[in-house]
Ligand binder design. Structure first.
Ligand code: NAD
Length: 487
């Protein structure tokens, strides 16, 4: 029997899975709490197991022949309908996502949730616009065709859950694959609401499924199922290693968008004020952004001037309830995560790194952490080499461009990079030398859906975004026809 829907701030949310167009319960449940007030339980969600995973993959496999046989334009009709429904529900989705994982409600409402609708529209249209690469050689006419690959498993993390789910599911669906989405157990709500909207949009049963539960249990069972033909994962390198092993076993293409430790390089010729303001902005969302430029690398001659400004901008942050318009600093997602973040800072302090600012829980009982800045002893310090995923930045200096690049490339990560300089030639040269999937010069987080997105090193495998994601979700085929052999 399905579990009763939960009333969360006046919104009805199903705590169950969504499989083959129906709500499916699990006897075991997991608890979801709000980081805005940890005493507040939001609901008990279904904790799927191996049987749930098999059921969801069966639904996706059964729906695949019908969905993949539709033309991109036919699939686009469903996706545009879904985008309209997302647009009509932005305020509700933003409110519940804010309660669930504490990103600022205003930015969810203005930017993050509307981007979900754009993801579906953009991929629906892009799939329709595909122009097969065509050329003649060796007496044959060649064309590259995209064939839908099969059921895709999409696994998402707890930060930006709605945006990431839509960003990853939209290309899979547009390419003709069916989907099983497994959202993170720390923020399960908006995936359940997305399933309601997919249902309302009239997608055929089984084309889109949501399975709730614990990663190591139901997530692991999903990725091990040999019927799954694509795995698209966003999360930590630790989980990626396990998921990648399952993908390798079944010989399934796998993309991984993982953590970051991105450099934020400031040259002496930069607009220091703009750089300092943007550096203080790396604390936004309590630093729980994979792309954040968490390693400030500043040219020695402007270190003090930059630091003074950056600390002044940091002081302007207002920790508070993410639903309030004046708040700029949200709490961390979970007490375990708060303890993890603080553990990094405590170990850095004990090892002799200099804590220049912050380093404490803001208020006992709450999950807010002070914006923290640490000057490490060396580039090998743990605080430099490992992703903290909290409001903790490091400050290092460099003497010249070669040292800047060496420090920037001096971790195993390579998700993004930020460079501030006033010199066009330097912007180009340094932009080319920083090892990262995306480098922003004199800006940050400006995203274009058609650009490739992903990481180097342990920040990931493969690229999503635009045609890259559609290619990933397709089996590319070369069709060669002997010229003159057909009328
Ligand atoms: P996580 O790896 O712990 O979990 C991510 C998802 O994987 C969750 O849904 C979880 O249930 C599932 N999972 C965990 N172990 C699994 C297993 N063995 N098999 C199958 N599924 C499993 O990550 P998190 O703590 O939720 O998210 C934070 C991490 O995500 C950070 O490292 C952050 O940088 C990264 N991230 C990266 C991007 C990007 O685009 N590169 C975007 C957002 C977050």
């Amino acid at each position: 029997m399905t579990a009763p829907r939960i009333d969360i701030d006046g919104v009805s949310v199903s705590p169950d899975h969504y499989i083959a167009g129906r709500r499916v319960p699990s006897e075991r449940r997991f608890e979801d709490r709000s980081p805005l007030d940890w005493t507040r339980k939001l609901g008990d969600f279904a904790a799927g197991d191996a049987e749930t995973a098999a059921q969801a993959v069966s639904a996706a496999a059964d729906a695949f022949p019908g969905w993949s046989a539709k033309s991109p334009a036919e699939r686009a009709v469903y996706m545009h309908r879904l985008a309209e429904l997302i647009d009509a529900n932005v305020a509700t989705l933003a409110r519940l996502e804010c309660l669930d994982m504490a990103m600022l409600q205003e930015s969810l409402e203005l930017r993050v949730i509307p981007r979900g609708a754009r993801n579906f529209r953009a991929y629906a249209d892009l799939a329709c616009d595909y122009e097969a690469r065509a050329w003649n050689s060796n007496g044959t006419a060649n064309r590259v065709l995209r064939m839908p690959a099969g059921p895709a498993v999409i696994i998402t993390p707890w930060n930006a859950p709605f945006m990431l789910a839509t960003w990853k599911c939209a290309p899979a669906l547009a390419a003709g694959n069916t989907v099983v989405l497994k959202p993170a157990e720390w923020s399960p709500i908006t995936a359940s609401l997305l399933a309601d909207l997919v249902d309302e949009a009239g997608f055929p049963p089984g084309v889109f499924n949501v399975v709730q539960g614990i990663g190591e249990e139901v997530g692991a069972a999903l990725v091990a199922d040999p019927r799954v033909r694509r795995i698209s994962f966003t999360g930590s390198p630790e989980a990626a290693r396990q998921i990648g092993a399952a993908a390798a076993h079944n010989i399934v293409p796998f993309t991984a968008e993982l953590g970051g430790k991105s450099p934020f390089i400031v040259f002496a010729d930069a607009d220091l004020d703009a750089a300092a303001r943007k550096a203080a902005g790396q604390y936004d969302d309590a630093g729980q952004i994979c792309l954040a430029g968490t390693r400030l690398l500043v040219e020695q001659s402007v270190r003090d001037a930059f630091l003074e400004r950056m600390l002044a901008y940091t002081d302007e942050h207002v920790a508070g309830d993410s639903r309030e318009p004046g708040t700029t600093l949200s709490p961390l997602i979970h007490p375990e995560h708060l303890a993890r973040v603080h553990g990094f800072v405590e170990r850095a302090r004990a090892a002799g790194d200099r804590v220049l600012r912050g380093g404490h829980v803001t208020k006992e009982g709450g999950l807010w952490y002070e914006p923290t800045l640490i000057e490490p002893r060396s580039n090998e310090a743990e605080i430099v080499q490992h992703e903290v995923f909290g409001p903790v930045l490091t400050l290092q200096t460099f003497a010249d461009k070669d040292e800047a690049v060496a420090l920037a490339n001096g971790t195993h990560y390579g998700l993004a990079g930020v460079v501030y300089t006033g010199d066009a030639a330097r912007a180009e040269r340094i932009g080319q030398r920083v090892r990262a999937g995306t480098v922003w010069v004199n800006c940050f987080l400006v995203r274009d859906l058609s650009a490739p997105f992903g990481g180097c090193g342990i920040s990931g495998i493969g690229r999503e975004g635009g045609d890259y994601a559609l290619d990933f979700h397709s089996d590319l085929k070369t069709l060669q026809i002997l010229e003159g052999s057909t009328a």
